[in-house]
Design a protein around this ligand. Structure first.
Ligand SMILES: Nc1ncnc2c1ncn2[C@@H]1O[C@H](COP(=O)(O)OP(=O)(O)OP(=O)(O)O)[C@@H](O)[C@H]1O
Ligand SMILES: [Mg+2]
Length: 237
């Protein structure tokens, strides 16, 4: 088996006015290639912080993070950005399509710096839009399509460079049940095709359909009684 995500004793402390927030308190977590993992937990428990360590959007205060065979904690910001463009597809809750670009242009954008020639980029963008079910919307602008369709386009864009791992932070959080189901179906299909997927979700039903569910509480992973209940009490009195 290939380990795609390896977090070792990761801590994250945010400095804020008047103090510090210890958002992650020693997270050790591994994800193997082809796994489908849900991250659940109360608001403020550290789910997005954890996800941001995996995508390299943020870096730990202490600990090590290896993702897709790279040691992120040793790389500088430019190196991480370059690495992310090739290895990780990211989908957020709120829409991240560029409003001034068409759906097609949004999907082609991540491919621009990859050395693929124009015709190949075009063909791949059209294929991806077809695969996520919105081939007929290529020339629309984000404001002209529904939230669910925007999320389908965001997934197509996340797949542009054929990343090893897809990370979603509440990707269905803002969708009606039918659109959420369609988007969830796309993720399930990607796992069948060998992708590794990590989704943060508040939706218990949805999490229940994901093979591996990891709960986060007060910056720690729940593993039986391993969580320090005093921290949880302090965070959620
Ligand atoms: N950039 C930041 N600066 C300061 N504090 C932050 C920052 N980002 C997150 N935090 C704090 O870190 C803790 C964990 O936040 P995080 O966003 O990871 O929670 P979450 O589990 O994703 O919550 P939600 O379900 O509401 O999205 C919270 O107390 C939050 O206020
Ligand atoms: Mg969050």
């Amino acid at each position: 088996m290939t380990t795609v995500v390896d977090m070792q004793d990761v801590h994250k402390v945010y400095k804020i006015k008047g103090g510090e927030i210890h958002a992650l308190r020693g997270v050790t977590f591994k994800i193997e290639a082809g796994e489908f993992v849900a991250i659940v937990g109360p608001s403020g428990s550290g789910k997005s912080t954890m996800i941001n360590m995996i995508t390299g959007i943020d870096r730990p205060t202490r600990g090590e993070v290896h993702v897709a065979q790279h040691r992120l904690t040793k790389m500088n910001e430019d190196q991480v950005a370059e690495w992310r463009g090739h290895n990780v597809g990211v989908v957020f809750q709120f829409f991240q399509l560029l409003p001034s670009l068409s759906v097609y242009e949004n999907v082609i954008m991540p491919m621009v710096y990859t050395g693929r020639w124009h015709g190949e980029r075009r063909q791949r963008a059209l294929e991806l839009l077809d695969r996520v079910g919105i081939a007929d919307l290529v020339d629309k602008y984000p404001a002209e399509i529904s939230n669910g369709q925007q999320q389908q386009a965001a997934i197509a864009r996340a797949l542009a460079n054929d990343p090893q791992i897809i990370v979603g932070d509440e990707p269905t959080g803002n969708l009606d049940p039918e659109s959420a189901e369609r988007v969830f179906g796309l993720f399930s299909e990607l796992v069948k095709n060998g992708k590794t997927i990590v989704l943060v979700t508040h939706d218990r039903d949805l999490a229940g359909r994901i093979p591996r569910v990891q709960e986060v509480r007060a910056g720690q992973l729940m593993t039986g009684d391993a969580v320090d209940e005093r921290l949880v009490q302090r965070a959620y009195p």
